[in-house]
Design a protein around this ligand. Sequence first.
Ligand SMILES: NC(=O)CC[C@H](N)C(=O)O
Length: 391
Amino acid sequence: MTAPAPTAPRPWRERVPAVLVLEDGRTFRGQAYGAIGETFGEAVFNTGMSGYQETLTDPSYHRQVVVMTAPQIGNTGVNDEDPESKRIWVAGYVVRDPARVPSNWRSQRSLDAELTAQGVVGISGIDTRALTRHLRERGAMRVGIFSGPALAEPAELLSRVLQAPEMKGADLCAEVATTEPYVVPAIGEKKFTVAAVDLGIKAMTPHRMAERGIEVHVLPANATAEDIYAVQPDGVFFSNGPGDPATADHQVAVLREVLSRRTPFFGICFGNQILGRALGFGTYKLKYGHRGINQPVQDRTTGKVEVTAHNHGFAVQAPLDQVSDTPFGRAEVSHVCLNDDVVEGLQCLDTPAFSVQYHPEAAAGPHDAAYLFDRFVELIAAAPTRTTAGS
Ligand SMILES: NC(=O)CC[C@H](N)C(=O)O
């Protein structure tokens, strides 16, 4: 047997100058990474040291330019198994030191080639630590990346960044969600049916439910209560998603109907913010958000601390140390971020509903919070409204 020929290293791409311009005028110069051209979005940083494929394909990053704090990105290349949706959603990508030659047994192509093929404009070779510190001090803000023919005088580039839309007030779910319902079958014996409203759902979320015997009916973001009850669900789920939860009036109204019918409910991230609003709490924009896979959260119902995956720029405003009276009975903050006391979960005490602001589906990220899917199953199993027969 002859050994396979070693793959020739890809020659490093030609250096094309690129510039990143923040809305407050701070500018970073580097090289084009991925597609050449221009892009605009909200500059946010992600502290995950792994999982860049999952980050890029998370629909919640729609219209955001993601700065990776880990200095080396792309080392393990790109495969067709890890994406969380059908495409890359980030509006732009900012890295310090991209891999020249990816190396991993699962790698099918380079990240640079994938970004280029999907038309995602990025920039490399900039001081991502300085940029992150700037965003941490000044807050998330609008940004533009320009390369090739898009390069122009700094004042001209800045004025174009200032014309880009802000994230506050952005209504984006319908731009990323499925337009047609589809079903993710239960793995093994089917025990329950769940209607999952897709506000920007990640593929791992219905998978985590399917693993527990749930048949998941994924519905478009504009699904009505009638659409939800047409699938005769034992439980209802609202997913993660991009944009400002203050714009999600339709989903809040639908969820109020679900809560009043006492159907078991679980929400993740955007879904947590919608539960918050349905209960009468407000939402607000965080200064720079939580994005990464090592955020410490305490489950106040057990006292346990879990290390968790986050991607949120908004949060629910609810009192931490008292039970609140809501139109759906009493509710309390069940989870809190230990870095900054931000509300990370809500638990209704008189209605079968709960939610978390972070990502128990853990794609990417630690699996500490997987128990939340088990809690959902327990809530469904205990509900008198259950429609699916079985165990
Ligand atoms: N991942 C999410 O669902 C994010 C929710 C919302 N868009 C936020 O930024 O807070």
